[in-house]
Ligand binder design. Structure first.
Ligand SMILES: Nc1ncnc2c1ncn2[C@@H]1O[C@H](COP(=O)(O)OP(=O)(O)OP(=O)(O)O)[C@@H](O)[C@H]1O
Ligand SMILES: [Mg+2]
Length: 229
C-alpha cells in the first residue's frame, strides 16, 4: 500500500536519510528499528508530510504523495503519533477525542466506541484533563485518537519509550488488537515487543536501510538485531 523508494532527506545541509527504501503491504505491522539518531523519526515525519525529501518517491495506493501536506494525508487515512506524545493538556480526554472526531467528520459516539473497544478503561478518564494523565494513559489516548475517522496507516514513534513494564504490556495488547484492521509502521526499540508483533522489520543504521527481516521466517535474524541497538 505504501512504497518508499530511494529517499534522501536533509536538515539544511546535513543529509540524514540516504537512499532509503521501505514498503508496507495492506494489513501489515512493520517495525522500524535503529539506534538513537539513525533517522527513524525523520523517516516518519517525511512520510507524514512534515519534511520534504530531496530525492526519491513515496507512493501510496498508486499515487505519489511526497508533495502532500499532513492535513491532506490525514484525510487519506494517515495517522501519526509522534515521539513527543503531544496531547491538548488543558482539554479533557473527551475533548481531545472530539477534536479528532470533528476533524474527520465522524460522530463522537462512533469514535468513542472504537476507542473503548481497544481500551475500555478510557471511560474512567473522559473528564480528566489530558495534561494530568500518566505517560502510559497519554500514549493510549494518542493511539485511540488515531483510530478516529477511517485510519488506513498508523505511524507510531516509540510507543513504549519511558513506560513501565506493566503499561508496556497494555500497549502490546492494544497494538495486537489492531493487527490486520489497519496497516502500521512503528518505531520501537523494545525488541521483545517487536518480536511479538512484527510482520517485517526494517533496520536503519546511520540513515541507511541496512536490513529487512521477515519475522516469521527469520527468528535468528531477530536475535542478531540486539547487536544493532
Ligand atoms: N530539526 C532538526 N534539525 C537538524 N538536525 C536534526 C533535526 N532533527 C533531527 N536531526 C538530526 O538528524 C539525525 C536523525 O534524527 P532522528 O530524530 O530522525 O533520529 P531517531 O532515529 O529518531 O533517533 P531517536 O532514537 O533518538 O529518536 C540526528 O543526527 C539528529 O541530530
Ligand atoms: Mg526518534
Amino acid at each position: 500500500m505504501l512504497e518508499i523508494r530511494n529517499l534522501d532527506v536533509s536538515y539544511g545541509y546535513a543529509k540524514v536519510l540516504h537512499d532509503v527504501s521501505l514498503n508496507i503491504k495492506t494489513g501489515e505491522m512493520v517495525f522500524l528499528i535503529g539506534r538513537n539518531g539513525a533517522g527513524k523519526t525523520t523517516l516518519l515525519k517525511t512520510i507524514i508530510g512534515l519534511l520534504q525529501p530531496q530525492k526519491g518517491s513515496i507512493v501510496y495506493a498508486g499515487k505519489e504523495i511526497s508533495n502532500l501536506s499532513p492535513e491532506r494525508l490525514y484525510l487519506q487515512g494517515f495517522r501519526y503519533v509522534g515521539q513527543e506524545k503531544k496531547v491538548f493538556g488543558n482539554l479533557t480526554v473527551q475533548e481531545n477525542i472530539e477534536i479528532a472526531a470533528f476533524a474527520s467528520g465522524e460522530p463522537m459516539d462512533v469514535s468513542l466506541k472504537k476507542i473503548t473497544s481497544i481500551y475500555p478503561k478510557i471511560k474512567d478518564f473522559l473528564k480528566t484533563k489530558a495534561g494530568q494523565l500518566s505517560g502510559g494513559q497519554r500514549q493510549i489516548l494518542l493511539v485511540g485518537r488515531a483510530l478516529v475517522g477511517e485510519p488506513k496507516l498508523l505511524l507510531i514513534d516509540e510507543p513504549t519509550q519511558g513506560l513501565a513494564a506493566i503499561v508496556i504490556e497494555e500497549i502490546i495488547h492494544i497494538l495486537d488488537s489492531l493487527k490486520k484492521q489497519v496497516s502500521a509502521l512503528i518505531v520501537e526499540q523494545n525488541l521483545s515487543l517487536v518480536k511479538q508483533l512484527s510482520d517485517r522489520i526494517f533496520l536503519l543504521k546511520e540513515g541507511k536501510m541496512v536490513r529487512e527481516i521477515i519475522s516469521k521466517s527469520e527468528e535468528s535474524g531477530i536475535q542478531d538485531l540486539e547487536g544493532y541497538l
